[in-house]
Design a binder for this molecule. Structure first.
Ligand SMILES: *Cc1c(COP(=O)(O)O)cnc(C)c1O
Length: 388
């Protein structure tokens, strides 16, 4: 399957299969070998060289999904993020990033970059000025994350790529929240797409993995460092990820649909103060999201009334699990103030609009009526408790 014009579901199901020449099985055989012959072969295969049969095959699927020439799969999303950034940033270089970043990426930047002599600046907001005012002569990379975590703010990808191209800066996006189903950043000129495949690509809360897609040339540059850092993924997990990705579009579209219904339902709820979802007209970047996204994702955030106790609300849920991760087929929920943003001061949280009543909601594929019933039950139980 090589054609560039395949539909996204066909790419997910078929592209990059390892052909079972021996037994003609219907799915990719799994090659767990960590050692391959080196005589009379063109390619020296080794799992840490990112080139076993299963690794190479899955990379083709991911590259085609992101409309790129090449891809690499990593042992975690953070292995993908860190290796990619370090491949393009040397001593004395500078990178511009958004203020609201995935916690692991933020920690990587502030805890590690000074050791390498890499400079960085965080844009104050999401506008062109917010980014352009941070660009310096030595800026080599602009890194964005859109939709952002947890308030689902949207950054204009075309604006970012124009800013960067004029100055010869490389652009990177953490495309995890959107997944390749909901956003194709290459269409807007972004150079390098990074995923935590732990999330929508895996989709079942049982795989830790990462991926990067870009041009042949950029992937070569990342590979040169990746083979030295050694963040490759076990072939068994590569094989599981291939299996998961066959149904990615079906899952993500079901999650998009449920999340939109939930966002509308929550927006009307008397005990909900605010809903953050790019698919709502009330979202500050609704028009931009409509322009650059194919769907609005299964992620949303909402603020419950301050008279309600967040801990009690989460405990009152029967089906929706309080959980750190996201994007599984099951609905999960998390309090950013208590988890991902707990280390920030109360003032800093307030500045970033992360209130104590804010909940980040990863909407699953359950029947939407059952998700509503679970939330409504919790609202009823907790509001009764507060009255006592
Ligand atoms: C989870 C996540 C990561 C990190 O991925 P891991 O697989 O946990 O290493 C990076 N970016 C975003 C947006 C994430 O949600």
């Amino acid at each position: 399957m090589k054609s560039k014009n395949l539909g996204i579901n066909t790419i997910c199901t078929h592209v990059g299969e390892v052909e079972d020449k021996q037994f003609k099985g219907a799915i990719s055989p799994l090659y767990m070998s960590s050692s391959y012959a080196y005589e009379d072969v063109d390619v020296k295969r080794y799992p840490r060289y990112f080139n076993t049969p299963n690794q190479e095959a899955l990379c083709k699927k991911i590259a085609m999904l992101e409309k790129c020439e090449a891809a690499l799969i990593f042992g975690s999303g953070m292995a993908a993020v860190s290796t990619t950034m370090l491949a393009f940033l040397h001593k004395g270089d500078h990178v511009v990033l958004p203020q609201t970043l995935y916690g692991g990426t933020y920690n990587f930047v502030v805890e590690e970059f000074h050791k390498f002599g890499i400079e960085y600046a965080f844009a104050k907001g999401f506008s062109e000025t917010d980014f352009s005012e941070k660009i310096q002569k030595n800026t080599k990379v602009i890194f964005v994350e859109t939709p952002s975590n947890p308030l689902m703010r949207i950054t204009d990808l075309e604006m970012i790529s124009k800013l960067a191209k004029q100055r010869g800066i490389v652009t990177m996006i953490d495309n995890t929240f959107a997944s390749p189903v909901n956003q194709t950043p290459t269409d807007f000129g972004i150079d390098i797409m990074i995923h935590s495949a732990t999330k929508y690509m895996g989709g079942h809360s049982d795989i830790l993995a990462g991926a990067v897609a870009a041009s042949e040339e950029h992937i070569k540059q990342i590979w040169n460092l990746a083979k030295n850092l050694g963040g490759s993924l076990s072939d068994y997990t590569v094989w599981l990820l291939e299996r998961s990705m066959k149904t990615m579009v079906l899952r993500v579209k079901a999650q998009n649909k449920n999340a939109k219904k939930m966002a509308k339902w929550l927006e009307k709820h008397p005990l909900v103060e605010k809903v953050y979802y790019p698919g709502l007209k009330s979202h500050p970047e609704y028009e931009l999201a409509k322009k650059q996204m194919n769907g609005y994702t299964g992620m949303l955030s909402f603020e419950i009334n301050e008279s309600l106790n967040v801990g009690n609300f989460l405990k009152a849920l029967k089906m929706i699990k309080p959980s750190m991760s996201l994007a599984g087929v099951e609905s999960t929920i998390l309090s950013p103030a208590k988890t991902s943003h707990a280390l920030l001061s109360a003032e800093e949280r307030k500045r970033q609009n992360i209130s104590d009543g804010l909940l980040r909601f990863s909407v699953g594929i359950e029947e939407v009526e059952d998700i509503i019933a679970d939330l409504e039950g919790a609202f009823k139980m907790v509001s009764k408790m507060e009255k006592i």
